[in-house]
Write a protein of this length. Sequence first.
Length: 245
Amino acid sequence: MRKYFAEFFGTMLLVIFATTALIYVTTFQTGQLFDAMAIFGLALAALMFIFGPMANGGHFNPAVSLGAAINKDISWKTFGGYFLAQFLGAFAGLTLSVYTLIPIINAQQSSSSSSSTSSVKASQLFSLLEPSAASAISVWLAVAIELFFTFVLVFITLVALKKHIKQSAAITGISFTLISFVTYPLTNGLVNPARVLAPALYKGLASSAHLWYFLIAEILGGLLAGLIVKYFMNEDDAAVKSVAE
């Protein structure tokens, strides 16, 4: 059970850090966009350092767990438990951060403006955290971007956990920072099915016309990364074995 609790708390804290960072930048104008992206990566690295030894390195992302299951790094039973823990963790983290920050945002707005301003509602913040396509690109291009960069993140994470276990937290955290910086202006850069589903539950699974496209794209990204890592890692191991013989 310890590994499931680790995935739950790790995902919850990751979502709390990511959500508050985005709200601070977009609502409070505290810092720049890259500051929020850096927090994403730092949070992931720190959480992998803390919870990783308890839970197969620390995934906090169903797409990563899917890739690990394909590579037999975890069993399919463990994958199911991880997915549930990650989703519940994302939902808990989103709930805590959004409903804690709403009264703070409204209090700041009312104190900084003499004119009457409408209160910020939870639905507005949930919309901020859903996958979307920037106005300059098509939905299909946005979905392709989300698929590709989910693939990149899962691929890097799996290889790091296999080949560079001691440095895996730093490698994955840096990669997540760079990926988030590229993808957030275009798709909201979630690259994590748990982070897609959590705000969608509040708004309704049918509220976003393209929600399922992004969700399927992220799952496919994790699937493809898992298959490619499995192929190349097995080939690499076989080559090493033949040289040794």
